[in-house]
Each structure stands twice: as C-alpha cells, then as structure tokens.
Design a protein around this ligand. Structure first.
Ligand code: ADP
Ligand code: ZN
Length: 429
C-alpha cells in the first residue's frame, strides 16, 4: 500500500522535526546562491518551524531577475539537468537539478504512482510534454523506477495515442484534463466504446492545469476508470509535489520534501485551516537550487484532518486556479473553474469551452463559446434556446455577469497541445 511506509506515515512530531532540520540545511545551502546572498539569508535564524514566516518570499520575477545562474548554489559540475516552466504567464524560469535532486524527484513521483495502485505489470502511456516541460520526464522516471512498461508518447497526435492505448493494452495514462476530454470527444465521434476498446485501462493521472470535480467525474464516467489529481510546478521540480490518494479527498503534499504555507495573498499572513489562500512552498531537500517561500500564486486550502489512508502528510484542496487566472469583470472576481463547473455539469454541453473578454463601450463583456454534444444539433431548435437560457441563468447566479453564450459544434474550439487556453482577453486597457 505504501511505497515508503516509514516516511509516508511518520508521526507529525517526527515529520516536523525532520522539516526543521531540513529547513536549517536549506538555509545554509541557499546562502551560497548570489540571489539569497543579496537578501542576507545567512542572517536569518530558524529556531522552530513557525520562524519560516520571518523569511523573505521568492517570486517568479525573482527567478527571472536571477537568470541564468543567480539562484544556483552548487558548482556547475554537480548539476546534471535544467528544466524550464512552460511560460504560461510570461518569460519562462529555469530550475537546476543535481543528481541527488533528480533521484529525490523520482522518489516522490514513484511514491505518488504507487499510492494510486500503479505496479510493475502496468503499461503506462505518458501523454504529457517531454523536454523542458517537467510533466513528461517527471512521471517517466517514476514509472520506470516502478518497473512499468513506459510509453513516452508525449502530447498530441490523437490517432496514435488511441492506437497505442488499444494495441499495447495500456492500463494507466498521464494526461492533461482538457486533452482527456478531447480524447473522449474523438472516441465518441467515432462511436467507440472505451470499455470495449481499452479493457485494461484502470486509471488516469490528471495534471498540469486546474480542473473541476465535475471534469474529473466526466472523465471517470466516460472511460470507466479512476482519475487522480496530480499537482506540481517546475519551480518545485514538477509533478510529485501533491497528489491524491485513493480516497480522493484532497492532495497529500509531501512534507518531507516541501514545507508549505497557505497565506492571504495581500498580507502574506497565514490563513486559518479551511480558509482559501495562496500556496507558498519551500524546498527542503533541493541541493542545486533551493527555493525559499516560493509564491506559487495557486489558490487552495489546507486540510488538517487525518486521512483514512494513514498518510500523515497534510493535504491541500484541489487548486481552484491561480491568482493570475482571476478575471475581474465589472468589479467581480471570477475564476474559469466556476464557469467550467456549470458547463460540465449541464446535460447537452460538450467538453470544450472558451471565455472571450471584450470591451463594449466602457463596459467589460464576456462571450462564452461552448461546444455541445452532437445530439443537440439533431431535431428541434427550441432545445438549443432552452439550453442557452438555462446556462445564462446559472452562470449569472454563479458569477453575477450575463455572458453571451455562443453554442457551437464539437471541434469548433482549437485544442491546445499543452495546457488549454481557456481565457482570451481582448479588452482595451
Ligand atoms: P507555468 O507556470 O509556466 O504554467 P509549470 O509547468 O511549472 O509552468 O506549471 C505549473 C502550474 O500549473 C502550477 O503552478 C499550477 O498553476 C498549474 N497546475 C499544475 N498542476 C495542477 C493541478 N493538478 N491542478 C491545478 N493546477 C495545476
Ligand atoms: Zn490519503
């Protein structure tokens, strides 16, 4: 049941003691990096874990300013790999890894995969980007460490993905949720029943982008599998930071490797458990490039209750979005996931959507393009109008905005190779 029982079920006291020890080591190491030298990190004293709040935070901009080597604290000959974020929100950032760092990353990812029941006799198809992006290589190493037959397809080429899944009897896939929905659309359009086509398929690992509980349910129902939420970011290695256990009640964040805080994004004061805030993470084992109090911009909350799986590492709730994704329309804060929840849960609505923001005079205006199930285009047109009215009503209740809803045929919205582009902001500044 556990890949590393001693670590995964360590008592909270032991775990916190380990964190404190590793935190002190991290500060000592970080003090060698030019960036942290400038911040005078060597002068900070950590006596207990709560002292972390006295340390300065590190932002994505800091990583960019320190480009190319300002965050590195080991000699270059000890570094064996660099990765870069996908640059969703601007210039990418670079993260360096020593041999030990790659080993630790592999260990964490293996732990996650074992936790959801991946075993050596599984055939694992990795549909997430390889290369600079961390998603592909991250899980690849874990799957090989476990001994799975690992198929590094990477993203795209839907026809080949489906062919491989069938012909190699794939049992576990790693996929971006929006792409999993696209696979479902493709199968449905071809009249293929997934349970018949892929009888061995048992689970999907969903990562790299925010997705709602409704989206998970849709993927699970369509394929007849279990889907697990995988969270990570390149600054903290990539996948393997937090992962759902079989109970699917939040994601265990591996506290032997990371120390996490949830704070109010404005004041940086800790939120109380059960209150949503920004996730801040500190590396505890990273050698080549330790990062102290990294502001992820991802919004979540801490779950302190014990988990039925016996793991003692605390959980975070599924990420509701990043603060950067938040749209402010007519003074109302809106996250794409609020819209997704309504769309995915509505019968007749398909699996892809896009939010377009425009200026109408001095006002903000939202146009929502929504793909529908093909069946909606057969027969009575009044059912389309009913659906449109229902969506507008429910969206207004949720986001207090009345969007234009543009109902389109399946396949009309382009499918991204990587993370889905949900929001197109054409508003005048
Ligand atoms: P970029 O920041 O350029 O997108 P990354 O590839 O490092 O580069 O992406 C990490 C980000 O992806 C996270 O900070 C988070 O916003 C998002 N992300 C990753 N996994 C998940 C997940 N399971 N749920 C929600 N968001 C996720
Ligand atoms: Zn658990």
């Amino acid at each position: 049941m556990y890949w590393d029982q001693a670590t995964e079920t360590m008592s909270r006291d032991q775990l916190e003691e380990l964190q404190l020890k590793r935190m002190k080591e991290t500060l000592n190491r970080a003090a060698k990096a030019p960036f942290y030298q400038t911040l005078g990190i060597a002068d900070y004293v950590i006596k207990d874990l709560s002292d972390i709040q006295k340390l300065p935070v590190t932002t994505k901009q800091d990583l960019r300013d320190a480009y190319p080597y300002g965050m590195v604290c080991t000699p270059l000959q000890e570094i064996i790999r660099l990765h870069s974020s996908s640059g969703t929100t601007g210039i990418p950032t670079v993260v360096y890894h020593s041999r030990e760092d790659i080993q630790m990353w592999t260990e964490l990812v293996t732990r996650c995969m074992y936790m959801i029941g991946v075993r050596p006799d599984d055939v694992f198809q990795n549909m997430i980007g390889y290369g600079l992006f961390t998603g592909g290589l991250g899980l690849h190493y874990g799957a090989e460490r476990l001994g799975c037959l690992t198929i590094p397809t990477g993203p795209g080429n839907t026809k080949r993905q489906l062919k491989f899944m069938k012909e190699f009897d794939v049992s576990v896939i790693h996929v971006i949720p929006s792409y999993a929905l696209h696979l479902a659309d493709t199968l449905e359009a071809a009249g293929i029943k997934p349970k018949k086509e892929f009888p061995k398929l048992k689970s999907a690992i969903l990562g790299a982008e925010p997705h709602s509980e409704e989206t998970r349910a849709k993927i699970e129902d369509f394929f007849g599998i279990d889907a697990f939420n995988s969270y990570g970011l390149s600054e903290m290695n990539g996948p393997g930071v937090a992962f759902e256990c079989p109970h699917k009640q939040g994601l265990h964040l591996w506290e032997d490797a990371f120390c996490f805080e949830i704070v109010d994004p404005e004041t940086l004061k800790p939120t109380s458990p059960g209150e949503r805030g920004e996730l801040i993470v500190t590396t505890l084992t990273r050698q080549a490039m330790p990062i102290i109090r990294y502001r992820t911009k991802d919004l979540t909350m801490r779950i302190t209750a014990e988990c039925a799986c016996g793991r003692t590492h605390q959980r975070i709730e599924r990420i509701s979005g990043r603060s950067d994704d938040m749209m402010i329309l007519k003074g109302v804060n809106i996250f794409p996931i609020q819209i997704e929840q309504i769309l995915i849960g509505t019968p007749g609505v398909g699996r892809n959507y896009q939010i377009i923001l425009e200026s109408k005079g001095h006002n903000d205006h939202m146009i929502l393009k929504v793909e529908l199930d093909p069946s909606m285009f057969i027969g009575d047109i009044s059912s389309l109008e009913k659906l449109r009215a229902k969506l507008i009503r429910e969206l207004h209740d949720e986001i207090l905005i009345t969007p234009d809803v543009d109902l389109c045929e399946p396949g009309s919205i382009p499918v991204a190779q990587g993370k889905a582009v949900r929001v197109i902001d054409n508003r005048e500044l």
